[in-house]
Design a protein around this ligand. Structure first.
Ligand SMILES: Nc1ncnc2c1ncn2[C@@H]1O[C@H](COP(=O)(O)OP(=O)(O)OP(=O)(O)O)[C@@H](O)[C@H]1O
Ligand SMILES: O=P(O)(O)OC[C@H]1O[C@H](OP(=O)(O)OP(=O)(O)O)[C@H](O)[C@@H]1O
Ligand SMILES: O=C(O)c1cccnc1
Length: 528
């Protein structure tokens, strides 16, 4: 029930520079050079302590449908450079016409809690193909992860109350609305008002009515009675069109008539004014009239801060309708996910690697000379020779991590303890015996894990040589996963004000590899 918006190839849904670089790789005969790219973000959104991974199902749909149609190629053919001459030569367009994705892709399943600098997706394959996937992968993962995280924050605040997503009218266009509804449900909403999202994604749909219904009648009582008459099984009356507490009395009147007909007044909705005060007063009126089971729904520019405050004020609201601030991720409109080249495969098996060590994740790595080391890999290739790549920056946080990365999450009986990023290709099995994790921003901070420490590797195979090897769980399973994942997080990581930083570090061998590479690259710069 996912991906229906992406049942067609969207291979041109990318930045032009990806296509021009693809052309460059093709032209310089490096298109097939094997590369590894990691997709990760550097900072949790909303000044929070965690992020929810989301968007993989749509990534899978995108990749499975990937191809350049005749129409796509016709368009690329007419693109010109500064000199008005065609950008791409015909033979390249023929190459694209026959291009089939053959990448290996690993990803962290949707609904997993993730943290800065961890690869959420790792793409390994011909560099031209990896490059073409950068923009769409970022587009798909960044937005959905952002919205799922926002919804998860709202869920933390509303606890067991009902959370409805009402955002379509304020969403960023059609797709923004659709994917936001999907991600919001995964993050923790109970239902959406978006009917198409309900249909395509199997999300429960719910709703009340608008002020226009009330305004279209001679008076409020008539409007409520008429609504109850036509929809007796879904009576949630919006009471604030004229005078809220008077509106509650009118709703009670309609409720009495409903009860006589064997139905019930399911709820009233407040959409303006002081929601704490009005909900408390409305609750008193409803209870006094015997409508203890009638729920009070609230909406009006809500977000997790306002809801938290309303609950602290003793508001008697049990159903929360959240629109604009959820689907637009109002206080942080983008997750800053990036996609960085982390390794390039050497073509000749006996070629020494002058740029970096093998990044052995073991205690022994310390004792070895790492210069020019050609290492044995334990994966499906007998000998792999990788040149590790990284992007330097003056800001430590912006320096990318090299390597073919995997994330190992350690846990104890209380929940998740720490995540260790390690270099898979440098792995010689010893990481499963014991491992040392180093804080990337303070190398003196270390943690040791022995072989008995329960753990899980987060990235799972999704595509092998372009063929899908992973079935996305249904959306309800993904949604449930978010809650079990959050239950494993220390409360300090989940708090909104100055959250505790969940420990994410580099395995010792990878830390060494990164440090050495930084030094090599900086030296290279000064010599130039
Ligand atoms: N008791 C409360 N504590 C904190 N925030 C509240 C409380 N009651 C309402 N709010 C929030 O205050 C914000 C705006 O309310 P404001 O009074 O400006 O407009 P309004 O109630 O929508 O008025 P109107 O729609 O009549 O113009 C909304 O985001 C609403 O959710
Ligand atoms: O406030 P949001 O979180 O976006 O939730 C959705 C809003 O959409 C509807 O009204 P609309 O905003 O269209 O009109 P109104 O502001 O006049 O109520 C509804 O009554 C909510 O207030
Ligand atoms: O059903 C509702 O009450 C609703 C739907 C969309 C936006 N605001 C409210």
């Amino acid at each position: 029930m996912t991906n229906k918006l992406y049942d067609t190839s969207l291979s041109l849904l990318t930045d032009l520079y990806q296509v021009t670089m693809a052309y460059g790789y093709w032209k310089t005969k490096t298109a097939e050079k094997e590369a590894v790219f990691n997709l990760y973000f550097r900072k949790n959104p909303f000044n929070g302590g965690f992020t929810i991974a989301c968007g993989l199902a749509n990534v899978i749909g995108y990749i499975e449908n990937f191809s350049f149609s005749k129409k796509d190629l016709r368009y690329l053919r007419i693109l010109t450079g500064n000199d008005e001459k065609p950008l791409f030569e015909e033979a390249f367009l023929d190459y694209l016409a026959n291009l089939k994705l053959t990448c290996d892709i690993e990803a962290i399943p949707e609904g997993t809690v993730v943290f800065p600098n961890e690869p959420l997706v790792r793409v390994r394959g011909p560099i031209l193909q990896c490059q073409l996937l950068e923009t769409p992968l970022l587009n798909l993962i960044n937005f959905e992860s952002l919205i799922a995280t926002k919804a998860a924050r709202l869920r933390l605040v509303v606890e067991n109350d009902t959370l409805l997503e009402f955002g379509l009218r304020r969403a960023q266009g059609v797709d923004g609305g659709m994917t936001a509804s999907r991600a919001a449900y995964i993050g923790g909403c109970d239902a959406t008002s978006n009917v198409l999202a309900g249909k395509l994604y199997d999300i429960p749909v719910r709703g009340t009515h608008a002020h226009s219904w009330v305004m279209s009648f001679a008076n409020e009582q008539e409007a409520f009675d008429a609504y109850a008459e036509v929809l007796p099984n879904n009576v949630i009356l919006l009471v604030d069109t004229y005078d809220t507490l008077q509106g509650v009395r009118h709703a009670i009147e309609t409720g009495r008539k409903l009860v006589k007909r064997g139905h019930k007044l399911a709820g009233i909705r407040l959409d303006s004014g002081d929601l704490a005060y009005l909900s408390i007063e409305a609750r008193k009126l409803l209870d006094a009239a015997g409508f203890q089971d009638t729920a009070i729904v609230a909406s009006n520019d809500l977000d997790e801060t306002i809801i938290s405050s309303l609950r602290q004020q003793g508001a008697k609201i049990t159903v929360w309708g959240v629109g604009t601030k959820l689907v637009t991720a109002f206080d942080q409109p983008a997750l800053g996910g990036v996609y960085k080249l982390a390794a390039l495969r050497h073509e000749r098996a006996d070629q020494p690697d002058n740029n970096a060590s093998a990044g052995k994740p073991s205690e022994e790595a310390d004792n070895e000379t790492t210069d020019g080391l050609a290492h044995q890999a334990t994966g499906h290739r007998v000998t792999d020779h990788w040149e590790y790549k990284m992007k330097l920056s003056e800001q430590a946080i912006k320096i990318s991590t090299p390597g073919i990365q995997q994330v190992r999450r350690f846990r104890d009986e209380r929940g998740f303890m720490a995540d260790m990023i390690y270099n898979l290709e440098g792995m010689d099995g010893s990481v499963s015996k014991s491992a040392t994790m180093i804080d990337p921003l303070d190398f003196t901070k270390r943690r040791h894990f022995d072989a008995k420490q329960p753990h899980e590797d987060l990235l799972v195979p999704v595509f092998r040589s372009g063929k899908r090897v992973y079935d996305s769980p249904d959306i309800h399973t993904v949604r449930a996963r978010v809650q079990t994942q959050l239950a494993n997080l220390h409360p300090g990581v989940k708090r909104f004000v100055n959250p505790h930083t969940y420990p994410v570090g580099l395995e010792k061998g990878l830390h060494k590899l990164k440090t050495k590479l930084i030094l090599t690259l900086r030296e290279g710069q000064t010599q130039d």
